[in-house]
Design a protein around this ligand. Sequence first.
Ligand SMILES: NC(=O)c1ccc[n+]([C@@H]2O[C@H](COP(=O)([O-])OP(=O)(O)OC[C@H]3O[C@@H](n4cnc5c(N)ncnc54)[C@H](OP(=O)(O)O)[C@@H]3O)[C@@H](O)[C@H]2O)c1
Length: 212
Amino acid sequence: MSSDERRTTMTRTDSRVTIHMAASLDGFIARKDGRVDWLETSDEFAGGETMDPESIAAFLKTIDCYVMGSRTYETALSFEARGFGWSYGDKPTFVLTRRDLPRTRETVEFYSGDLAQFVTGRLRPSFGSIWFVGGGVVSGDCLRLGLADEVRYSILPILIGDGIPFFEKLDRDVALHLAEVKAYKSGTIGLRYEVRHRLDGDQSLSAPGEDG
Ligand SMILES: NC(=O)c1ccc[n+]([C@@H]2O[C@H](COP(=O)([O-])OP(=O)(O)OC[C@H]3O[C@@H](n4cnc5c(N)ncnc54)[C@H](OP(=O)(O)O)[C@@H]3O)[C@@H](O)[C@H]2O)c1
């Protein structure tokens, strides 16, 4: 990071990095072959909350930009090609890739390289609410590098047995604080955890067995 970037980074203290994904109860975000057909479930939980379209739209407005891995981007493109639309509105969407992928809209920007430098030097100075929307590889890296402030985990009422895990292997424990739990009429549970940052240099990570 250049000294200019470091100075700018230090001027913005209100930025927040959120990881958000939906997963099966057994912790998978997609089948092994990448299919997410199981995201459409038919459960009904009596007394569960519903979210009306206006409050969803108001909530989405609070997100300033999205970050995703290339495989998640490819899924988003295939959804769009099948007529399901683009889930990220007109918000800047940063796609991590080392490949030359099609760019279908002006809001999409590609990045390749050091994720920590990208988040602290480029995203945090410019955006308040930064949402990592998958997949497992990128979310795992984000946590491993101590870049996330918050994890939002939507658990769907289904078991799929095998697939791509919510987080790719972490080599350490990450201590969390449960901040919110919501149960929806659809049978989905929404969990919001804050990452417990430590005061020493290594931020959120603690070695196994360590009380951090
Ligand atoms: N259930 C949910 O909520 C949810 C959410 C998101 C995704 N998904 C599903 O999860 C699957 C994808 O997850 P995934 O874990 O396989 O992949 P992913 O995290 O979406 O993408 C990983 C890829 O991103 C690129 N990348 C990562 N870090 C990079 C960096 N620092 N610089 C440059 N490129 C970088 C690399 O690809 P290249 O360099 O080869 O391009 C890497 O292989 C899809 O099936 C998707 O549908 C589900």
